[in-house]
Design a protein around this ligand. Structure first.
Ligand code: NAD
Length: 478
């Protein structure tokens, strides 16, 4: 049974903020407050990082199999409580229950993946070129880590960081997004039940992240920051990390191109875009932001897409049958409307959607735009909403130039049946991940991450645990 926790989780115990302050969490489908949560400050943050630092030596000394078993148990508990976790997520951030259930399965899998990785941490043994010395390379946990997550995947963004940190033997201070603290606290409860020792994971919730996170970054005790969120905040944290030369993993924003070539399977491409665009109501770093379609197929593609988008059921995510929930808050919804209004003023045509409905809730309808100019604001901004702008192209090289005309480089999607074109374009687009004839790239077994201003490092896959390990080498004369 899932208990709804609303206090700080430090040293294995639940406690209110030292100041007694709390902040409200609301349901974006109704605008109604659902809970209040402890509002931590610098004082609570200091207690959390002191605990993490004090726990680090004993945690690092645990056996890999011990840490692995904790993750296996937590994986099972997440699946056992899937319905409760899905409902908490839907209530605090709006995604439909079916999607929330999908995220629970995805999130749990990170724990299973890293349970398997925990016992495979290796090293290396070689000799120097002159044969005079042995080189013994070992791996050690980096040390106490600062984890910060966004609101859009409240469970999976947590497990994607906590999984490898536990596997590697790092302690943690964790600040979840202020819009979705309840999911993170439910996850802490599960880890404690799975046997995670007190002090390994410490959570401070707050609606004022600056002082809490700065306390950790300036403490001299944290050895690493792992951040998922906007590029703007990521840059701020990198500046803070520089002061103490902290290891930094940054999973930042995206501006994904979705490319439909003349030879593409059009039905498959529409299916793929429905996932790449509409997963999480478009509130994903991986969301297709710009849809480049070859001019010879754009009418056929646009008509099929508009039919699918107009048929989607928009509503409260907790209602059976809802396919598109509300956006996370009024500010997010208003930004999407502003981007659409700006594109239309620049000459774009609305094929469906395009207007904010009356409240309550922060709903925005699935929207398809055509004739979007390359200089429109939504071509250069993360839309973070259910809006698909279609841009025709004739020449492949010109399209690639436009696709790369962004400071971001997280993911790109490519639909073609020509293997040469697929390999050529995959190499030409400046991204960390390519979905070739698929609209979904996220998987715990794959190295997730971007190039350019989309971030540093990778999460998941074989390399995921490396982000939480330090390399040490011993020189031994033969
Ligand atoms: P955000 O950057 O506003 O917030 C992310 C986290 O940073 C939150 O926990 C927030 O409280 C915290 N934060 C905000 N200001 C801070 C400060 N001054 N100091 C320390 N921490 C601070 O992002 P968001 O709106 O929560 O999430 C959306 C963004 O996240 C989008 O840009 C999206 O692309 C990105 N994202 C990236 C990935 C990825 O894997 N690359 C995944 C999901 C989301």
């Amino acid at each position: 049974m899932t208990t709804l926790h609303t206090d700080l989780f430090i040293d294995g115990t639940w406690s209110p903020a030292a100041s007694g302050a709390r902040f409200a969490v609301e349901n974006p489908a109704t605008g109604v407050q659902i809970a209040t949560v402890a509002n931590g400050d610098a004082h609570d943050a200091q207690r959390a990082i002191d605990t993490a630092a004090a726990t680090q030596p004993s945690w690092a000394a645990t056996a890999p199999r011990f840490r692995s078993e904790i993750l296996y148990r937590a994986h099972r508990l997440i699946l056992d409580r899937a319905d409760d976790l899905a409902r908490i997520m839907t209530t605090e951030m709006g995604k439909p229950l079916a999607e929330a259930a999908g995220e629970v399965a995805y999130a749990a899998e990170f724990f299973r993946w890293f349970a398997e990785e925990a016992v495979r941490i290796g090293g290396d043994h070689t000799t120097t070129g002159d044969g005079a010395s042995r080189i013994l390379v070992t791996k050690e946990p980096v040390g106490p880590c600062v984890l910060i997550t966004p609101w859009n995947f409240p469970l999976a963004m947590g497990t994607r960081k906590i999984g490898p940190a536990v596997a590697a033997g790092c302690t943690m201070v964790f600040k979840p997004a202020e819009l979705t603290p309840l999911t993170a606290l439910a996850l802490a409860d599960i880890l404690a039940e799975a046997g995670l020792p007190p002090g390994v994971l410490n959570i401070v919730t707050t609606d004022t992240p600056g002082p809490v996170v700065s306390t950790w970054m300036d403490s001299g005790l944290a050895r690493k920051i792992s951040f998922t969120g906007s590029t703007e905040v990521g840059k701020l944290l990198l500046r803070q990390a520089a002061e103490n030369v902290m290891r930094s993993s940054m999973e930042l924003g995206g501006n994904a191109p979705f490319i439909v070539c003349a030879d593409a399977d059009i039905t498959g491409a529409v299916d793929g875009l429905m996932v790449a665009k509409m997963r999480n109501m478009g509130e994903a770093c991986t969301a297709a932001n710009r849809v480049f379609v070859h001019r010879s197929v754009i009418d056929e593609f646009g008509a099929a897409l508009t039919e699918r988008m107009s048929a989607l059921v928009v509503g409260d995510g907790s209602t059976q049958g809802t396919q598109v929930g509300p956006l996370v808050e009024a500010k997010a919804r208003d930004k999407v409307q502003q981007l659409v209004t700006d594109a239309v003023a620049g000459g774009a045509t609305v094929l469906c959607g395009g207007a904010t409905p009356d409240g309550p809730g922060y709903f925005y309808p699935p929207t398809v735009l055509t004739g979007v100019r390359p200089d429109a604001a939504l071509m250069h901004t993360e839309i973070f909403g259910p809006v698909a702008p279609l841009i025709p192209f004739d020449d492949e090289d010109e399209m690639v130039t436009l696709a790369n005309d962004t400071p971001w480089g997280l993911v790109g999607y490519l639909y073609t049946r020509d293997i040469d074109r697929a390999l050529r374009l995959s190499a030409a687009i400046e991204v960390g991940m390519v979905g070739l004839n698929t609209g979904l790239v996220s998987n715990p077994a794959a190295p997730f991450g971007g190039v350019k201003q989309s971030g540093l490092g990778r999460e998941g896959g074989r390399v995921g645990i490396e982000e939480f390990l330090e390399t040490k080498y011993l020189s031994i004369p033969r």
